[in-house]
Design a protein around this ligand. Structure first.
Ligand code: G3I
Length: 452
């Protein structure tokens, strides 16, 4: 068996190499537990690897096969935007978004929500509004859509592309901006109230390296954190050509140092240096513990919005490109795992140890405020896939008021949580999340997990 340079370069592997000299020939046997899909490779360091999905392509078997095999996070490319979800004022249409979400969760994937407010892809009726009428319509839109998807979204792009290009570092002019500079924080507060479990992100392009635009966003995030405006993450879209910015890792790190997660949200790279650049972006994320995942903006080159530039990881016929191997190798080489994040006062993270091969672990991210809390529990499969799971938590003084993505046996004391239909199956080494909100204190939950 040939021992390739690729298989020996993979760091976190359990590798067994047995060599015996038989006469003149050397026989080498190598067993490398390198992950063979993007999602599984990212999961080794607790991250996800996602893609944008178009609802209209879910009947294409080549597309769906790659989606189901390779990715464990999904973003609706257009179906959760304002023009799609509220075509007429006060009349909501979730058909495309729900189709994508149901396909994703039905196949064990999580979903990034994109995007609640943006100056583009507004319905015609909103384009015609201004002032307090537009502000009211915009905040109502945030509340309604985030409520519809409450408990089902990993992270929302609450506001998309609100900063100006060029050197000003200031806001872009738009109808939303003209309602007052506080429109972004109003949107984040409305999103938090509607879905306390979703991470809330600000998302933009040409902000992948350190420049005036990304510094403007950095200053906004720093201001939000100092004033308690709820923000959990920053999305770097990363629509690139040939290279990752040389200071991309430093840029990710400076946002992380403000206390927010960073996600690469719409990655695509054109140009002849594509494979190298994909590797560089992957390594820049993996080098920062709070860079929690990467999403490519489509599956095959023919699925890309950048027509003719072939900026994705699969050819138009669905074959893996050199860029794919570059990403997979970088993911398998690993990096520090993401940290657990919260938005307000207290974070407590407890992780149980994997009890048996094939068992599971549970960890909690607690967002505690005066009088209430949201607990997000992460269930991670051990060395075998889970077909069902049970998590036990202890609430010594708090009371559960609502929960999502699991069934609870009670509201106080020892509570057993069991999977719902769509998250029973968790592939080996991968994770799913559920959560609950409560009154009082959520400290000391001490979750333990068992396969069932
Ligand atoms: O669905 C209609 C179809 O019925 C109609 O015949 C056709 C005619 O133009 O249009 C189709 O809608 C198009 C839609 O994509 C679906 O293909 C829209 O015109 C087109 O504007 C829309 O483009 C999307 C673009 O956002 C809108 O600005 C792209 O698919 C989508 O990839 C792109 O994504 C954005 C992110 O949301 C934000 N960051 C930048 C990124 C790339 O532009």
């Amino acid at each position: 068996m040939k021992l390739t340079s690729r298989s020996v370069s993979l760091i976190p592997l359990v590798a067994t190499v047995a060599a015996a000299v038989l006469g003149a020939s050397l026989i080498v046997t190598a067993t490398a537990n390198a992950a063979t899909t993007l999602g599984a490779a990212a999961a080794q360091s607790g991250r996800y690897y996602g893609t944008a999905v178009a609802a209209g392509k879910l009947g294409d078997s080549t597309y769906v096969n790659i989606l189901n095999t390779e990715f464990n996070m999904v973003t609706a490319e257009n179906e959760m935007k304002w023009d799609a979800t509220e075509p007429n004022r006060g009349q909501f249409n979730y058909s495309g978004g729900d189709r994508i979400l149901n396909q994703a969760v039905g196949n064990g994937k999580r979903v990034r929500g994109h995007a609640l407010l943006w100056h583009q892809q507004q319905p015609g009726w909103a384009q015609g509004l201004s002032g307090s009428d537009l502000r009211q319509a915009a905040i109502n839109h945030v509340t309604q859509v985030a409520t519809h998807y409450r408990g089902k979204i990993y992270a929302w792009d609450v506001v998309n592309e609100a900063f100006a290009d060029g050197g000003s570092g200031g806001r872009r002019d738009s109808n939303l901006q003209r309602t007052g500079n506080d429109w972004i924080e109003a949107a984040f507060r409305a999103a938090r109230a509607a879905d306390p479990a979703a991470k809330l992100c600000y998302n933009d392009y040409n902000t992948d390296g350190i420049n005036a635009k990304s510094t403007g966003i950095y200053n906004m995030v720093r201001d939000f954190k100092s004033r308690g405006v709820p923000i959990d993450c920053v999305g770097l879209q990363a629509h690139l050509t040939n290279n990752a910015p040389s200071d991309m890792q430093a840029n990710i790190q400076r946002f992380a140092d403000l206390g927010v997660d960073v996600q690469i949200t719409e990655l695509d790279i054109a140009g002849s240096n594509q494979a190298n650049a994909y590797g560089a972006v992957t390594r820049a994320c993996l080098a920062v513990a709070r860079c929690t995942g990467i999403t490519v903006w489509g599956i095959r080159d023919s699925d890309s919005w950048r027509t003719g530039e072939n900026p994705l990881l699969f050819t138009s016929s669905g074959a893996k490109k050199a860029a794919y191997n570059s990403v997979l190798d970088a993911l398998n080489a690993g990096g520090p795992g993401p940290t657990t994040t919260t938005t307000t006062t207290t974070t407590t993270t407890t992780t149980t140890t994997d009890p048996v091969p094939g068992g599971c672990t549970a960890s909690v991210s607690l967002n505690q405020w005066n009088g209430g809390f949201v607990a997000t529990i992460k269930v991670t499969a051990g060395s075998s896939a889970l077909r069902g799971w049970r998590v036990t938590t202890t609430l010594s003084s708090g009371t559960v008021t609502s929960s999502w993505s699991a069934n609870g046996s009670g509201t106080s004391g020892t509570v057993n949580w069991t999977n719902v239909d769509y998250n029973a199956n968790v592939p080996a080494g991968q994770s799913t999340e559920f959560g609950f909100q409560g009154n009082g204190s959520g400290s000391g939950l001490n979750p333990s997990c068992a396969a069932s």
